[in-house]
Design a protein around this ligand. Structure first.
Ligand SMILES: [Zn+2]
Ligand SMILES: [Zn+2]
Length: 268
């Protein structure tokens, strides 16, 4: 069993209303020994009504007493899911240097000032064109190597766009995806294996198995499992799939983080 979930939201994310302590208690209840709370920070988010910004002075006042309170049951990491956009490097570095973060997921939520969640991003584009634009942007953002430890939900663009087929094949984008993986590997960064795809009915993790295979072929090692939970019951969701898939591909280790540095631990 994988007992570390590295992608959990709390009521400090604008799209989640579950208090931090409730998420922690659910993780303990499910037998996790380590979690990273990774609330959303999306600077320069295009939809102003939903400004994904966290006040970390307020946040840490709640976080550190809870970390202390449950320290004998679970190790809780100060994490963040940071929305990457090429012009935000300095803002993100400043945030990460201002608080004692353990771990940062870098995610592409916004491309050319459009949230990929919004239909507007897909207007006038074929599926191939939209997915290509997405991966080219990820390639740009993957180079913001001071801004993240692992790249979040790498191929999740197939959740959106309303296309008849949601299938996104690695082979169709292999040139760009390989470039992304090489940037990540060469810079000592990693990938998150995000299990939310199963809850979107996609029957896959993000990234999908073929990309995890390619990552290993290219020498990639740093991986964490993340449920992307916004509800207590989703913590650790589909981690059996992750465990099974990793073993099957030949991975023997996952990464844990402390003060933004990875440590590898063996999966049984
Ligand atoms: Zn995300
Ligand atoms: Zn998330």
């Amino acid at each position: 069993m994988i007992r570390k979930d590295y992608h959990i939201h709390t009521s400090h994310s604008d799209d989640c209303n579950i208090p931090m302590e409730e998420m922690i208690l659910s993780a303990i209840d499910k037998g996790f020994n380590e979690i990273a709370l990774t609330d959303h920070v999306d600077f320069d988010y295009p939809d102003r009504e939903k400004a994904f910004v966290v006040d970390y002075d307020v946040y840490t006042e709640e976080f550190f007493p809870l970390k202390e309170k449950y320290k004998n049951k679970i190790n809780i990491l100060l994490g963040v899911e940071i929305g990457l956009q090429p012009h935000l490097t300095e803002d993100i570095k400043k945030l990460l240097n201002s608080y004692p973060f353990d771990f940062a997921i870098g995610s592409s939520h916004t491309i050319n000032s459009m949230d990929v969640y919004m239909p507007k991003f897909f207007e006038g584009k074929s599926q191939k064109e939209a997915y290509t634009e997405y991966f080219l942007d990820v390639l740009n953002c993957s180079k913001m190597t001071d801004c993240y430890n692992v790249y979040g939900h790498l191929d999740y663009i197939n959740r959106y766009g309303g296309f008849e087929s949601k299938i996104l094949r690695y082979q169709d984008y292999s040139d760009i995806i390989d470039e992304i993986l090489k940037v990540i590997i060469e810079n000592g960064k990693g990938l998150e294996i995000n299990t939310s795809g199963f809850r979107y009915g996609l029957n896959q993790s993000h990234p999908q198995r073929d990309i995890l295979i390619r990552y290993k072929e290219l020498g990639g090692e740093i991986l964490v499992a993340g449920s992307d939970s916004h509800r207590p019951q989703d913590i650790g969701c589909s981690f059996d799939y992750v465990h099974h898939t990793l073993k099957d591909i030949g991975y023997r280790y996952l990464a844990s983080f402390e003060k933004m540095k990875p440590n590898m631990y063996k999966i049984d």
